[in-house]
Each structure stands twice: as structure tokens, then as C-alpha cells.
Design a protein around this ligand. Structure first.
Ligand SMILES: [Ca+2]
Ligand SMILES: [Ca+2]
Length: 186
């Protein structure tokens, strides 16, 4: 049975899903009106100091794979059309570089400031984690309405805690754009 997380909840994947190796982190959204909105999922793989060990550990639509091969973005979706996952990231947990202690999943609206869009334009935005081998959904986090005025959100993160991978539904809204995160973590 899938677990539904609320903001701030965490789930120890290593302890509760002991055989889990490959996960798919999927993001889905729908746009309220007829306007088009391009949501992007980006991944920041951070070391102990809270920074990217190298630029290539920032995985997004223009850098689809991390240097350790553990994180793979399956490609940009520009519209969110359809009920299935719109953007996906594959994570091979045992292959993640030892240097990485935290993996952030940032969801941002492409050119939000120019297009004057925010999460208030969205409905049914979610992030979920699926076991790649069994296709079973392990957990799910539906984005709350509270982010209506934001155009980017740290949706969730994987933290390496005492050797375990723990998923945290962080849900931290912001308006700094993808470049703002890059400036923080580079
Ligand atoms: Ca996109
Ligand atoms: Ca969709």
C-alpha cells in the first residue's frame, strides 16, 4: 500500500523497503486554464558541506545524468498533458556516490517571472516514488495549495542518515528561480 505524506513527513526507504534499489521519482501536474505552463523537475546532489561536488551533480533538462550514473532525468515535458507522470527521475540508490549526502528535488515553473505564472495556475501537482522493479508506488506527496504565490518549490529530498536513505516531504516554496538554487549550491 502506498503511503501518503504530508508536508514535513519523512519516510525511511532503507529500513521500510529493504530490497529497494531503483526508484522512479515521478512528477505530475495539470494546468487549470487553457494557458500552457512548463514545470521542470531538477535534482541537486549535495555533499556534506551542502554544495554540489561538481557542476554535473546538478541534474536537469540540459544535464540528464549525474557523473556517478545514479540519477537519470528522462527528459523535459513542456505541457503536463496527460494523467501519467509528466517528468521522471530514475535513482539507483546503491550507485549514488559516497560523496553525496542529500538529493534535493526542486520543481520550478519555466520562465515563471516572464510569463507571470505561479503554482496557483496548477492543479493536481504531486510527486511520488515508485519501485522500478515491481512498479509499485511506495509513497506520494500531493502539493498543497499553500504554494499558490510561489513559482518554485523544494518538493522533497533524499537524505543519507546513518547509512539509510530517508525521503523527506520538505515542501519549501520560494520565488528565486532555478538560477537562485544554482547560486546557493554551486
Ligand atoms: Ca518541463
Ligand atoms: Ca499531467
Amino acid at each position: 500500500m502506498s503511503i501518503s505524506l504530508k508536508k514535513g513527513n519523512s519516510f525511511n526507504l532503507s529500513k521500510k523497503e529493504v530490497s529497494l534499489k531503483k526508484i522512479m521519482v515521478g512528477l505530475g501536474w495539470e494546468v487549470k486554464s487553457n494557458s500552457t505552463l512548463d514545470l521542470d523537475v531538477s535534482v541537486f546532489m549535495l555533499g556534506k558541506n551542502g554544495k554540489l561536488p561538481a557542476d554535473e551533480f546538478f541534474v536537469f533538462y540540459n544535464n540528464l545524468k549525474s557523473p556517478d550514473g545514479a540519477v537519470q532525468h528522462t527528459g523535459d515535458n513542456r505541457t503536463g498533458a496527460g494523467d501519467e507522470d509528466d517528468e521522471m527521475v530514475l535513482v539507483n540508490l546503491p550507485n549514488i556516490s559516497e560523496a553525496i549526502t542529500e538529493i534535493l528535488f526542486i520543481v520550478s515553473i519555466h520562465e515563471a517571472a516572464v510569463r507571470r505564472q505561479n503554482f496557483g495556475n496548477l492543479k493536481d501537482a504531486y510527486i511520488h516514488i515508485v519501485d522500478v522493479e515491481t512498479k509499485r508506488e511506495i509513497l506520494r506527496y500531493d502539493l498543497d495549495n499553500e504554494f499558490g504565490a510561489n513559482y518554485d518549490v523544494e518538493f522533497g529530498k533524499l537524505s543519507r542518515i546513518d547509512g539509510d536513505w530517508v525521503f523527506v516531504a520538505s515542501g519549501i516554496g520560494d520565488n528565486k528561480g532555478l538560477q537562485g538554487y544554482i547560486d546557493n549550491f554551486a
